[in-house]
Design a protein around this ligand. Structure first.
Ligand code: TXA
Ligand code: MG
Length: 330
């Protein structure tokens, strides 16, 4: 059932359900999350079951701000403090050393915990309402509200499409950012950007006040994590990334047989068969991020066989979008 997330009564009902150990999906500025009380192993187990996600993949825990981070994390390094200061509330997750006994199931048994403070007003209202319950819920574990390996949801209807009518979903409109938060691991002595988002490497590095590393530059193995699997965010149709010229050539070769193909490209097509479904990719990376998952879902809904996407530039602005597209195509 979909509730209006801007209605106070809906927020209260969602908080009550979460306290009772139920799952509630809620909007964040990045994507919709499938939430549960982060301190309840039983509630968190429900997330893994609903998603079909391996239970050793850690989930992100959503909190009201840096003050609540201390409930889950200890020895928070100065670089993490600076990141929270700079980007919270907003689309950045920090990985911190986890307090023993806290959010064990949400952390997938890791000694670390991923924390994020979302800026979406409905997410904020929900977290506040949870914090005001007796006893309070401090954090909500929430992965993207899609089945394992599938395209992340950016509207309430996308979530309902994934999990059906019985799940309680707070509707907060279409997500502004559109791709998941950037994740910075602050447990390795140096900050490591595990997952790119819309915040650029340079912006995050500036806030760190020290060099921001890429995962391949540090030697210790990262924990298993769904967002870092090679193949993820996959629609039903096969996805291919091509540069604009190759894409046009391929369409020319197929000619009238190019039906059942969807194209998402920045360059306009010189020619395309009538059966080709084309959507224009926005010129700016932030706009493309906002549309990305909805476009993939719309192509699937249209029943296409193939999705051909113009490879965006390999620049820092496009890193988050390019990362999701590569995994969708893997
Ligand atoms: O934008 C987002 O971050 C969305 C919205 C709902 O907030 N959430 C999200 O959560 O993407 P999820 O659970 O799908 O992403 C979890 C990812 C893991 O795949 C892993 O990459 C990383 O977060 N992660 C979480 N906890 C971690 C930990 N303790 N150590 C390393 N990575 C962790
Ligand atoms: Mg996900």
């Amino acid at each position: 059932m979909i509730l209006d997330g801007h209605a106070p009564a809906a927020i209260d009902e969602a908080a009550r359900r979460l306290a009772a150990g139920e799952l509630v999906a809620f909007p964040t500025e990045t994507v919709y999350g499938l939430g549960a009380d982060a301190d309840s192993g039983r509630a968190v187990a429900g997330i893994f079951t609903a998603k079909g996600r391996p239970s050793d993949h850690p989930l992100i825990v959503h909190v009201t701000g840096p003050d609540a981070a201390g409930h889950y994390a200890h020895d928070i390094p100065p670089v993490a403090q600076r990141l929270m200061q700079a980007f919270w509330p907003g689309p950045l997750t920090v990985i911190l050393p986890r307090r023993a006994g806290r959010a064990e199931a949400a952390a997938g048994g890791q000694g670390s915990i991923g924390l994020r403070c979302p800026s979406h007003p409905v997410a904020q209202a929900l977290l506040r309402a949870c914090g005001n319950l007796q006893p309070p819920l401090t954090g909500l574990a929430a992965p993207s509200a899609n089945r394992f390996g599938r395209v992340s949801p950016t509207t309430a209807l996308h979530v309902q499409h994934e999990f059906g009518e019985t799940l309680c979903i707070l509707d907060g409109g279409a997500c502004e950012v559109g791709i998941e938060s950037a994740i910075v691991d602050c447990t390795r002595g140096v900050p490591v950007l595990l997952r790119p988002g819309v915040l650029t490497h340079a912006r995050i590095e500036a806030a760190c006040g020290e060099r921001l590393w890429r995962p391949e530059e540090v030697t210790e193995p990262a924990p298993r994590a769904s967002g870092t699997l090679e193949s993820h965010y996959a629609p039903q149709a096969r996805v291919r990334l091509m540069d604009a010229a190759a894409l046009q050539d391929a369409l020319d070769v197929l000619g009238a047989q190019a039906s059942g193909i969807a194209v998402w490209s920045r360059a306009p097509l010189r020619s395309a068969a009538p059966g080709v479904l084309r959507q224009a990719m926005p010129q700016h990376a932030d706009d493309a991020a906002r549309e990305l998952f909805a476009v993939l879902r719309a192509f699937d809904d249209a029943g296409v066989r193939l999705i051909w996407i113009e490879q965006p530039p390999d620049t820092s602005e496009w890193a988050g979008v390019l990362d999701r597209l590569r995994r969708a195509a893997a």
